[in-house]
Design a protein around this ligand. Sequence first.
Ligand SMILES: Cc1cc2nc3c(=O)[nH]c(=O)nc-3n(C[C@H](O)[C@H](O)[C@H](O)COP(=O)(O)OP(=O)(O)OC[C@H]3O[C@@H](n4cnc5c(N)ncnc54)[C@H](O)[C@@H]3O)c2cc1C
Length: 309
Amino acid sequence: MEINVRKKLEKINIRGKIERNISMNLHTTFKTGGIADFFAIPEDYNDIILLLEFTREHSIPVFILGGGANILVSDKGIRGLIIDMQKISNFSFHNNTCTAEAGLSISDLAKSAADENLQGLDFIYGMPGTVGGAVWMNARCYDISISDVLMSVEYLDKNLDFKTLEFEDIQNNFAYKQSPFQNSSNIILSATFKLDKGNKNDIQKNMELHKQDRENKGHYKYPSAGSVFKNNRTFGKPTGIIIESLGLKGYSKGAAEIAEFHGNIIVNKGEARSEDIRDIIDYTKKLVYEKLGFNLEPEIQLIGDWEKI
Ligand SMILES: Cc1cc2nc3c(=O)[nH]c(=O)nc-3n(C[C@H](O)[C@H](O)[C@H](O)COP(=O)(O)OP(=O)(O)OC[C@H]3O[C@@H](n4cnc5c(N)ncnc54)[C@H](O)[C@@H]3O)c2cc1C
């Protein structure tokens, strides 16, 4: 990026902030990843639009960051601009629905819904990440996908126009760990969820059970990004069991390791590099294919400057 463009980018007049050379290991749940050239934290939609207008005009690549809970950022970092959605986090309730902006923690939203005696998001309590990330990934746990409770999604399309994905589009275009946002540059601004009236105490009890279950399984013990590969019904078994059956639990490279508690989770046990994690992913994929013929599909997104490693 030319020096004068860099200077102009730093000076875009947004309410939020723009910083340079930010280490992504502070912004990923793996606690790995190199430097991002520019890192913006917009305060409102107008900030986002100003940033996008500039980056489009100057052909600067943009990455939208939620909670960083499903990404593996290259040790070489990310060129261009990261837009961190953390401050875009208002939410409101109306009858049995709630609308939440993309940067809000999905787990915090579940908690607030329970406070309003609304059930339907309790299944996702304890899962790291934001509303936007959960919609983008169509996050799923305890046999429920986020699309099962979604009513509509407001987003910015490639022309920077405000658009809404309605209920029928959601029914037709979301599938297991798939959303239409994965094949587009559209930016999720907010999502509306359809919930049911319930009893606050019962909902909170249910949420605690889910969180406890994650704790018992070891989810929060070491930095990770949850499941590395998708499950695939045609394989007949969950991916974690398939990986475990090849004796790969505990397999390590540097400080990265396939968790002893779950074959489909890679943990960072210290100062792991993203490259170590990537090597384990590639090795696992290769071995599972060679030994069992299953072609594992990664769930984790590889972000940044990977080719040059
Ligand atoms: C301990 C642990 C347990 C986990 N358990 C589960 C689980 O049970 N089920 C499950 O499905 N996942 C699980 N995960 C993975 C992760 O929590 C989910 O995938 C989550 O939805 C990621 O959200 P995020 O905000 O962190 O997204 P990020 O990792 O920040 O981003 C993921 C992708 O979404 C895109 N994105 C994010 N926000 C927007 C936006 N506003 N507009 C456009 N694109 C956007 C990003 O560009 C990126 O491509 C787990 C992770 C951890 C660390």
